[in-house]
Design a protein around this ligand. Structure first.
Ligand SMILES: [Zn+2]
Length: 150
């Protein structure tokens, strides 16, 4: 069984694969989804090898950039940043009232900085994944660097 969060995430990835040309080589229908547990990226262009992360969020207003976006595991993200490695981010905002309405924002890897990634508290010992630590994207910084493409 897929969780609601996974279904939403898949929806964003499917939209990008279906309707968007690769952001690097501009070819169409070349984006392929990586397996769910693949850590650093969600999509790969099977022509040029371009990698991207896709985040999908349901929002009231698709025209306003969210203050915060749930990221993923903090530890690998931190290690990557320490090594100066970033992956392009595609943010899909889906309208709460009409799921057919969506907007897409793009933040290229070369514009990313450590400040855009906010470490979250470790999960408490009672949590299912006790001790696990995630991060959020800081929308208040990212909004000035991301480009809306749809
Ligand atoms: Zn490509």
């Amino acid at each position: 069984m897929k969780t609601a969060k996974q279904i939403l995430g898949n929806r964003g990835e499917e939209l990008i694969c279906k309707y968007f040309a690769c952001f690097k080589c501009k070819k169409r229908n070349t984006f392929k989804r990586l397996i769910n547990n693949f850590k650093c990226a969600d999509l790969i262009c099977d022509f040029c090898g371009y990698l991207a992360q896709v985040k999908t969020k349901t929002v009231k207003d698709i025209n306003s950039f969210p203050k915060t976006i749930l990221g993923a595991a903090w530890q690998p993200q931190k290690e990557r940043m320490d090594a100066g490695i970033y992956f392009s981010l595609i943010l899909v905002l889906i309208s709460e009232s009409n799921p057919k309405n969506y907007s897409v924002y793009y933040l290229p890897a070369e514009l990313q900085t450590k400040e855009m990634f906010k470490e979250r508290k470790k999960l408490s010992t009672n949590a299912k994944r006790a001790g696990w630590q995630g991060f959020n994207y800081d929308g208040s910084i990212i909004k000035d660097f991301a480009t809306r493409i749809v």
